[in-house]
Design a protein around this ligand. Structure first.
Ligand SMILES: Cc1cc2nc3c(=O)[nH]c(=O)nc-3n(C[C@H](O)[C@H](O)[C@H](O)COP(=O)(O)OP(=O)(O)OC[C@H]3O[C@@H](n4cnc5c(N)ncnc54)[C@H](O)[C@@H]3O)c2cc1C
Length: 412
């Protein structure tokens, strides 16, 4: 494990670039996205930023170079993720959805599939969407549980040279695509005769009959994320669209959700950092009639101090986790899970406490703080809820007799 805590000049350049991108393409949208009442309209406001992200190479940057992409190190990814998340985590969640879908293609797809499925995402124009369709309205935490548990209910039945896919999917961004006709690629987690499997559905396989948009979810936060529920009704794709082997679906799904766990820690850092800036400014500038700025009151300063320490801790953990995952360090999974659980729960607590620094002013939608809390409360429950999924993954690591507690630090 190489240890280094200094950004290279290139990484400073990346940070400046991502910060400028966020200011130009995301910051002007934030208020409008959170105050537009219709969730579909609110999420569509972010589409031009997706176009800009494609032009800027951000989607290509999520694809390894071996497949024609431009993926850098995990620290590079963390730098970009934090800068974007500090302004609009909804947008980051949308990009994360694409990463979730492309990861099993990269790791489980054969050479013909990687070329076919990844090509639309190696472009410099448009706003192609890839969706990892795991979650279902009836629950997801037990998606891989064996019978008699129901687990995933979506099925794919072989019929000649085709799979016939039927089921309901919910929560993933862009399940129906920007315009309701489906995304460029949907990776569906489904039951096949050989077990839990992943199957890729390209846009050309969707019709108005076999893909039905049931609803666009009305989220309290992250409103720039087009979150939908769809019905798949006998969607037909070639048998060659099975990704990996039949029965490999759970492993590939967990793999897909590993980098995203670390990324949630980075998103949490971005959210806390943005909320901290607002609370600090308020505490330095406002006297609230007391003659001196409220930061001069010790309990106020204590909250800010504690928040800053926890932001730094979350940043170090989640940047390290993302770096470990991307570099293939065996400690990656454990660190990513901690980044997800610790980062997400820390963010909710820190933002809640920062709201108390500002006091009642913060409880006004017009004050730019409460929406950070509405975003943060998503972090423990999305990308695998902490209780139903992520802590169980950590429990299985801890209960493995061969596990060494020092392994994650490279100190064995
Ligand atoms: C903004 C956003 C983006 C999302 N993007 C995607 C995406 O791209 N793709 C996708 O497929 N999904 C996506 N999701 C959905 C989401 O990632 C998962 O469905 C979700 O994390 C699983 O929810 P859950 O853990 O609450 O599961 P549920 O099955 O709904 O479980 C609910 C609760 O039941 C309890 N529980 C159930 N089983 C157990 C158990 N065995 N042990 C302990 N407790 C249990 C826990 O308290 C758990 O919190 C997204 C969601 C949001 C909000």
């Amino acid at each position: 494990m190489a240890v280094g805590f200094t950004l290279t000049p290139e990484q400073h350049g990346l940070k400046d670039y991502a910060r400028a991108f966020a200011q130009e393409h995301l910051a002007p949208l934030v208020d409008q996205v959170r105050t537009t009442p219709d969730p579909h309209e609110a999420a569509l406001l972010v589409r031009p930023a997706h176009d800009a992200a494609v032009r800027a190479g951000l989607i290509k940057g999520m694809i390894p170079k071996v497949f024609g992409g431009a993926m850098g190190s995990g620290v590079d990814a963390a730098i970009v993720t934090e800068e974007l998340a500090a302004v609009m985590p909804d947008f980051v969640a949308g990009l994360g959805g694409i990463l979730l879908a492309l990861t099993p293609v990269c790791f489980g797809g054969d050479p013909e599939q990687t070329k076919r499925f990844l090509t639309p995402f190696l472009t410099d124009e448009g706003a192609p969407q890839a969706v990892m369709a795991l979650s279902e309205p009836t629950g997801t935490a037990n998606f891989a549980a064996p019978p008699p548990a129901e687990g995933i209910r979506t099925t794919a039945t072989p019929d000649g040279d085709e799979w016939v896919i039927t089921g309901e999917k919910q929560w993933a961004a862009n399940l129906a695509g920007w315009d309701g006709t489906g995304p460029e690629l949907m990776v569906v987690v489904c039951r096949t005769p050989g077990g839990l499997s992943l199957i890729g559905i390209e846009h050309e396989h969707f019709t108005t009959e076999n893909l039905r948009l049931v609803e666009t979810m009305d989220l309290p936060g992250l409103r720039g994320h087009l979150t939908q529920r769809v019905c798949l009704d006998r969607v037909r794709v070639p048998r060659a669209n099975l990704i990996g082997e039949e029965g490999q679906g759970a492993d590939l799904t967990y793999l897909a959700f590993t980098a995203s766990a670390a990324a949630v820690g980075v998103m949490a850092t971005g959210t806390m950092r943005a909320a901290f800036d607002i609370a600090l400014r308020f505490a330095r500038e406002q006297t609230r009639g007391g003659g001196t700025p409220v930061i001069g009151h010790r309990p106020v300063a204590d909250i800010l101090t504690d928040a800053k320490g926890r932001i730094e801790a979350t940043r170090l953990l989640s940047w390290r986790a993302l770096d470990a995952v991307v570099s293939g360090d065996p400690a990656g999974l454990e660190l990513a899970l901690h980044a997800k659980v610790f980062g997400s729960e820390t963010a909710v607590d820190v933002v809640h406490r920062l709201i108390q620094v500002v006091g009642v002013q913060a409880y006004d939608n017009a004050f730019p703080l409460i929406h950070h809390l509405l975003n943060a409360v998503a972090y423990p429950v999305f990308e695998g809820g902490n209780i139903g999924v992520r802590r169980r993954q950590l429990q299985s690591i801890l209960t493995n007799g061969a596990w060494n507690p020092l392994a994650a630090s490279g100190l064995v």
